[in-house]
Design a protein around this ligand. Structure first.
Ligand SMILES: [Fe+2]
Ligand SMILES: [Fe+2]
Ligand SMILES: [Fe+2]
Ligand SMILES: [Fe+2]
Length: 407
């Protein structure tokens, strides 16, 4: 399938944005700003166009390792403080590098995310110095350091604020940053409206206009490798869902074999399983991990997650079925589900299958308010739901047949 990397990246950028919103309370557009600044410097340095494209992808993904809940648990303070605390943890570089291993970059690169906090003088996390640091990592580090130290959304050209930033960069020449990158950036800021493009209102459009477009012919297996990565980022969000999407994909695979579902639909279902809870990245952990009853407002927030999933996925060409099935995973046959309240004649077999398996998978996992259930306990609940015409009774029987052996 011809897979448009830009579509996918845009949807990823939006996802990373919602993670930021959850962690910091406001969308900071941090990743998009880093991507924009990095692409400008790369062009100035004369990097080949495919590398510029890859660099934009790396920049958008540079803090993907920060969605991990363990990294946030100990954090207190306001958004800016929390952002710099996470940036000060080496783990987010290692996890981030590992996570994007299967991303379909145009060229091959090594350790770009791992070394995105290395400084030119060797005083970064891994003490790599000078041009031993990949140039893409150096560029990301430059942009990241600026964005963490200054509020780049509000710089006006020829203002004292711009002067202070320029002074800081000058002081860090051959310390944090290489001379080459410093000089390239000084050329970049001569461009008209450079600083204006970094504002929250303009950054998205600026990035779109300045991003070269690339599609790549990928098999569904290759796409699934990429979406598996994102399922890990989604699952890592809460301690209770560490294996939720992966477990669901496993069960989808077993059921697809049982029903002899054709290859293309099976792969689409697996991708839908990987990404079905994408929208949960936007839900606060305080709500996801709450041990007691949820308030109405909190439940409303949780109920929005399949809509977020759908709207992210439907932007990707070729993902229409995937967006549909993933977006329907909390719908019920009698119309009482969410977010759309669809009813049985609007829910196809694949949507029903994913919905049943999602419930089964969730019941077999621990939750803040209960222990994990055995197969028999989970089946009691599934059967009751089938009797109430909430989920498909035939599929429930088949789940029982296939997973009965498991305790
Ligand atoms: Fe970082
Ligand atoms: Fe960052
Ligand atoms: Fe869900
Ligand atoms: Fe789920």
């Amino acid at each position: 399938m011809l897979f448009c990397l830009n579509d996918f990246l845009r949807s990823v950028a939006n996802t990373i944005d919602v993670v930021e919103t959850d962690i910091f309370g406001v969308p900071t557009n941090h990743s998009k700003r880093i991507a924009y600044i990095s692409s400008k410097i790369a062009v100035e340095l004369g990097l080949p166009i495919q590398d510029v494209f890859d660099l934009i992808s790396f920049a958008i993904l540079h803090d993907n390792g920060a969605s991990l809940k363990v990294l946030h648990d100990s954090l207190r303070g306001d958004s800016k403080e929390r952002l710099s605390l996470i940036e000060n943890m080496q783990e987010h570089c290692i996890i981030g590098e590992e996570n994007i291993k299967h991303y379909p970059f145009l060229n091959t690169h090594h350790n770009i995310i791992k070394y995105h906090h290395e400084r030119y003088d060797g005083s970064g996390f891994f003490n790599i110095a000078g041009d031993d640091i990949p140039v893409m990592s150096q560029i990301i580090n430059f942009a990241d350091t600026l964005d963490l130290n200054y509020d780049l959304r509000n710089v006006k050209k020829s203002s004292s604020f711009e002067e202070r930033i320029v002074d800081f960069i000058e002081q860090q020449r051959n310390k944090f940053f290489s001379t080459q990158i410093v000089d390239a950036f000084f050329n970049v800021i001569e461009e008209d409206n450079f600083w204006d493009k970094l504002s929250n209102q303009v950054i998205e459009a600026a990035l779109k206009e300045d991003t070269p477009s690339f599609s790549k012919d990928l098999t569904y297996e290759q796409i699934h490798n990429v979406t598996k990565t994102f399922s890990k980022i989604i699952d890592a969000k809460s301690q209770f869902t560490q294996a939720h999407s992966a477990g669901l994909a496993d069960k989808v695979e077993r059921m697809a074999a049982f029903y002899d579902i054709n290859h293309e639909d099976k792969m689409k279902l697996l991708i839908a399983a990987d990404l079905h809870d994408l929208g949960k990245l936007a839900v606060k952990n305080d709500i996801l991990d709450k041990p007691g009853n949820l308030t109405r407002e909190e439940f409303e927030e949780i109920k929005a997650h399949p809509s977020v999933t759908r709207s992210c996925l439907q932007e990707i060409k070729g993902f229409q079925d995937i967006a549909e099935w993933a977006g329907n995973h909390h719908e019920k046959l009698d119309g009482t589900g969410y977010p759309r309240g669809l009813s049985s004649n609007q829910l196809d077999f694949h949507s029903r299958l994913l919905a049943c398996l999602d419930i089964y998978q969730a019941l077999r996992e621990e939750r803040p308010y209960r222990k994990e259930m055995s197969h028999i306990e989970a089946m009691t609940i599934l059967r009751r739901m089938a009797n109430e015409n909430l989920i498909d009774a035939e599929i429930v029987k088949d789940i029982d047949n296939i997973f009965r052996e498991e305790r």
